[in-house]
Design a protein around this ligand. Structure first.
Ligand code: AHR
Length: 494
C-alpha cells in the first residue's frame, strides 16, 4: 500500500492558470480548418471561427493562447495579415508543408479568437527575419491608444480600441529555425528588439519572453540569462517527448509496444529534471528569481499519420498521451513557484493536440479530457503533498521512472483537488491517503482510463472520456483507493 500525505497547511505558491496554456501556429490544419474556416464556410462559425472548437476550448478552460508560431513566427511579417482580406498577400508556407498561406487569419482574427475563448494573449514576434522597426510597430499597432501611424492604421482597419497583449515573445527557437544564433548574440539582440516594444498603457506591462533553451542546453540558458535578466520577465524552454529519441523515425502515435510505451513515459518525466536544472542555472544568474520559466512548447511528437502531409505534423492521440499530459501537468503544478506559463503543442490537428477535426466533424482527444479534468487547479494554491511509489523501468532508456505522480491544490473555499497518474500499462496501485489536520466531509472522484492504445476517432469519439470513479473508501482523515493501470484520477476532498 502506497502512502499519500497531503498537508493543506503548507501553502506553496499560486498555480498560474497559464500553466494550462496552448499553442497554435500557422502549421498544417491547426489555424486553417482546425480553428478558422472563414465566415463563408458551411461549418457553423462566428466571424470565421469554428463554433464547435471554440465551445470545446472554453469548456476545457483554455487560459492563454500562443500565436503565430513556432518557426512560422520568425518568417511572419504581420503587415501581410491586416486590412481587407482580398488584398492580403498570398504566399507559400515554406517551413510547413509548402501550402498556400493567404493571410486571412492575422492579428485582428487572433484577438477575435481570444475574445471568443476568453483567454489571455501571447504573441510571438519575429527576430529571425524581421526588423526592430517591424516588431516595434506591431506592438504599437496592437496596444497604442493615442495618435500614431500604427494606431491610425488599426483604426482604418476597423478596430478603434487597442487590444491587450499579455505576453510578447521576442523571437522563437533563435538557436534553430529562428536564426541559428549563438546565445550571446541572441541575448544582445533580445535587448535591442525589446527596447522598442513599448508599454503604451500606464499600469499595463506586456510580459516579455526571451527565447530560452532547447531541452538540456544549459549553456544557452546561462548565456542568455546573463544578458537579459534585467529586461525579460520570462525565458522559454522547449522540450518534446519523442518515444524513440530519433527524429528520423519517431515512432507511430497509435501502434507501439510496451517498450515504446514505457520509453515515452520515461521521457515525459525528463521534464522534471529539465525544469529543476534550468531553474538552478537561472537562479545562479538571477538569485532574486524575477525571471520566470515559460515552457511554451511541450508534448509528444510522433511520425505523422500515414498518408498525411509530413509538413503538417498531424498525429492521433491515445491513452499514452493522456498519461504524458497528466504526468507533465502535475510536474508543472509542483514547480508553480517558478513556472509561470506552459503551452502544449498544438491546440488542433498538430502534434499532441486536444482537438482533431475532419471537415465539419470534431473529436476531443484523451489529452483534452486531462486538461478539462485538471482545470480546477488553475489559480488554486499548490499545497504540500507526498506520495510513495514503485519504480517502473524503461528498457530502451535503461532508466527507471516513478509509477505514480501527483499534485494537490486548494481553492479559496478550502476544497482540495488531488490529481494522480498511474503510468503503468499493467499494474494497479493501492494508496492510503491521509490529510493533515482535516476531518474529511466528502470525497468525490473522476477518472480517465483505458488500455494504453485506446483513442477517440471520427467513428468512435467517446472511447476515452472522464467518468465517475467510485473505487475508494472515505476515512475520517482521508481515503484508501486502488488506482487502475494506465489512468489519471482526480479526487475532490471537502
Ligand atoms: O511545434 C512545432 C515546431 O516545433 C515549432 O514551430 C518550433 O518552434 C518547434 O521546433
Amino acid at each position: 500500500m502506497e502512502k499519500y500525505l497531503i498537508n493543506p497547511n503548507q501553502k506553496i505558491a499560486t498555480i498560474n492558470k497559464n500553466i494550462y496554456g496552448h499553442f497554435s501556429e500557422h502549421l498544417g490544419r491547426c489555424i486553417y480548418d482546425g480553428i478558422y474556416v472563414g465566415d463563408k464556410s458551411s461549418i457553423p462559425n462566428k466571424n470565421g471561427m469554428r463554433c464547435d472548437v471554440v465551445e470545446a476550448l472554453k469548456e476545457m478552460g483554455l487560459p492563454v493562447l500562443r500565436w503565430p508560431g513556432g518557426c512560422f513566427a520568425d518568417e511572419y511579417h504581420w503587415k501581410d495579415g491586416i486590412g481587407p482580406k482580398e488584398n492580403r498577400k498570398k504566399m507559400i508556407n515554406t517551413h510547413w508543408g509548402g501550402v498556400l498561406e493567404d493571410n486571412s487569419f492575422g492579428t485582428h482574427e487572433y484577438f477575435e479568437l481570444c475574445e471568443q475563448i476568453g483567454c489571455d494573449t501571447y504573441i510571438n514576434g519575429n527576430v529571425g527575419s524581421g526588423t526592430v522597426q517591424e516588431m516595434s510597430e506591431w506592438v504599437e499597432y496592437m496596444t497604442f491608444d493615442g495618435i500614431s501611424p500604427m494606431a491610425d492604421l488599426r483604426k482604418q482597419n476597423g478596430r478603434e480600441k487597442p487590444w491587450k497583449v499579455d505576453y510578447f515573445g521576442v523571437g522563437n527557437e533563435s538557436w534553430g529555425c529562428g536564426g541559428n544564433m549563438d546565445p550571446e548574440y541572441y541575448g544582445c539582440l533580445f535587448k535591442r528588439y525589446n527596447t522598442y516594444c513599448r508599454d503604451y498603457k500606464r499600469g499595463e506591462h506586456i510580459r516579455r519572453i526571451a527565447c530560452g533553451p532547447n531541452a538540456g542546453d544549459y549553456h544557452w540558458t546561462k548565456e542568455v540569462m546573463d544578458k537579459v535578466k534585467h529586461h525579460a520577465n520570462g525565458i522559454s524552454l522547449h522540450y518534446y517527448t519523442v518515444p524513440t529519441g530519433n527524429w528520423g523515425h519517431k515512432g507511430s502515435a497509435t501502434q507501439f509496444d510496451k517498450n515504446e510505451y514505457d520509453s515515452t513515459i520515461c521521457k515525459a518525466y525528463y521534464m522534471d529534471e529539465l525544469i529543476t536544472n534550468h531553474l538552478a542555472v537561472m537562479d545562479s544568474v538571477n538569485p532574486q528569481k524575477w525571471v520566470k520559466l515559460i515552457v511554451d512548447e511541450w508534448g509528444t511528437w510522433y511520425d505523422v499519420e500515414p498518408g498525411t502531409n509530413p509538413g503538417f505534423l498531424y498525429q492521433q492521440s491515445t491513452m499514452r498521451d493522456a498519461i504524458v499530459a497528466g504526468v507533465t501537468l502535475n510536474i508543472f503544478n509542483k514547480h508553480a513557484d517558478r513556472v509561470e506559463m506552459a503551452n502544449i503543442a498544438q491546440t488542433v490537428n498538430v502534434l499532441q493536440s486536444v482537438i482533431l477535426t475532419e471537415g465539419n466533424k470534431m473529436v476531443k482527444t484523451p489529452t483534452y479530457h486531462v486538461f478539462k479534468m485538471y482545470k480546477e487547479h488553475q489559480n488554486n494554491t499548490l499545497i504540500g503533498s507526498y506520495l510513495t511509489t514503485d519504480s517502473l523501468s524503461s528498457k530502451n532508456d535503461n532508466k527507471d521512472f516513478p509509477q505514480l505522480n501527483e499534485s494537490a491544490s486548494i481553492d479559496e473555499n478550502g476544497v482540495i483537488y488531488s490529481t494522480i497518474t498511474n503510468s503503468s500499462s499493467q499494474k494497479s496501485a493501492k494508496i492510503k491517503c491521509q490529510i493533515a489536520d482535516r476531518k474529511v466531509k466528502s470525497v468525490k472522484a473522476t477518472i480517465i482510463t483505458g488500455e494504453c492504445h485506446d483513442k477517440n476517432d471520427f467513428d468512435n469519439s467517446d472511447v476515452v472520456e472522464i467518468k465517475e470513479f467510485t473505487d475508494f473508501r472515505q476515512l475520517r482523515d482521508g481515503f484508501t483507493t486502488t488506482i487502475p493501470a494506465c489512468s489519471v484520477v482526480k479526487f475532490v476532498i471537502e
